[in-house]
Design a protein around this ligand. Sequence first.
Ligand code: FDA
Length: 394
Amino acid sequence: MMTEKCDVLILGAGAAGMMCTIRAGKRDRSVIILDHARAPGEKIRISGGGRCNFTNIHAGPKNYLSANPHFVKSALARYTPRDFIALVEKHRIAWHEKTLGQLFCDDSAKDIIRMLLAEMQAVNAKLRLETSVSTVTHDGDRFRVTTSGGVIEAKSLVVATGGKSIPKMGATGFAYQIAEQFGLKLIETRPGLVPLTLDPASLEKLSPLAGVAVPAEIFHGKTSFEEALLFTHRGLSGPSILQISSYWREGDTIRLKLEPARDILALLKQAKQTNGRQSAQTALSEILPKRLAQHVVEQTGITGNLADMSDKVLAKLAAQVQDWQIKPAGSEGYRTAEVTLGGVDTMALDSRSMAAKSVPGLYFIGECVDVTGWLGGYNFQWAWASGQAAGEFA
Ligand code: FDA
């Protein structure tokens, strides 16, 4: 079998792998990038509802979860959202800010894939699709990778095969296997940015609410996120729940504050004064979706007119809306999770270059590393920044 040689071999043609290819190629390194999928950047294609939330202008270390929160600082500071915006604008891709600093393509996520492919072509990188890897060895100087398309030898090997989320799209956890093979430690992996599920009894109680969306602040300990909440047939979803899911662990309780911008108790007191003959459900229906107002009142068992209710009773109603404790049973898992928490332990990597400290020439970038961003463009920014960092050294 013929052996092909290159300076840098990149495993995984996703966001991080393609970015790394471009940067290494610009340094005149010969680069081969391979992927077992039929097309590159499949997660980019489906991201952001097909419009790719490609970065967040507020991205900073505080927006990432990792056992070592300082690790992201170097790469994020050296490749910023402004740098990626400059690339997007060079390719005349129209974009807009949707909310909370989240930037999306005006037209299609495919524009981002086309942009990355054009940049890879400009540096003469070779892209090998539908290519799987069977073995990886290292003789101290070069990596020898046996693929379904032949053997490739490279001075540097960059692992960019992502995490375990959405196995249907080709996610494999392959990076963790390589890390273990070379003696790198792993931080336990779990699904992140994922809907939470409820036990059958709670689900039955909440089933009439399926499809109801409401502004909410969701708390897990001292962490909270204020965005929309969606009740579903399986449990809880919506951006605020996805965000908190990355912090939640089995057995933990979360607290829901619905309509966080409004003081429900004050509004109920006001409603009692202006029209005391209305029921609590009618008054709450002015503030909350009707089905939710009905559920809240049913849960408290409070009946009668507002005029007959003491402040204590009104406070009980308000607490049902703004201090609602829920113990999720689990999450929907990797099937629907947007990201994988945990991964290659950052203590084993150099934060400037993403290189494994103990294996010269081996790099890990993107989602396979124990760095996970919030929802809102932060994960792609990490993929771009870590890909760029490795591309500067590989
Ligand atoms: P990524 O998963 O993108 O790429 C890994 C590549 O490696 C894939 O092409 C895969 O086929 C390949 N591969 C895997 N195993 C292999 C093997 N054994 N051999 C060869 N190739 C292999 N983030 C964000 O910032 N904004 C957003 O809008 C969204 N939206 C979004 C929607 C959905 C539905 C999901 C699932 C995820 C998002 N994300 C997101 C998260 C984002 O997609 C994710 O963080 C990045 O794609 C991670 O980039 P990587 O390059 O590390 O992995």
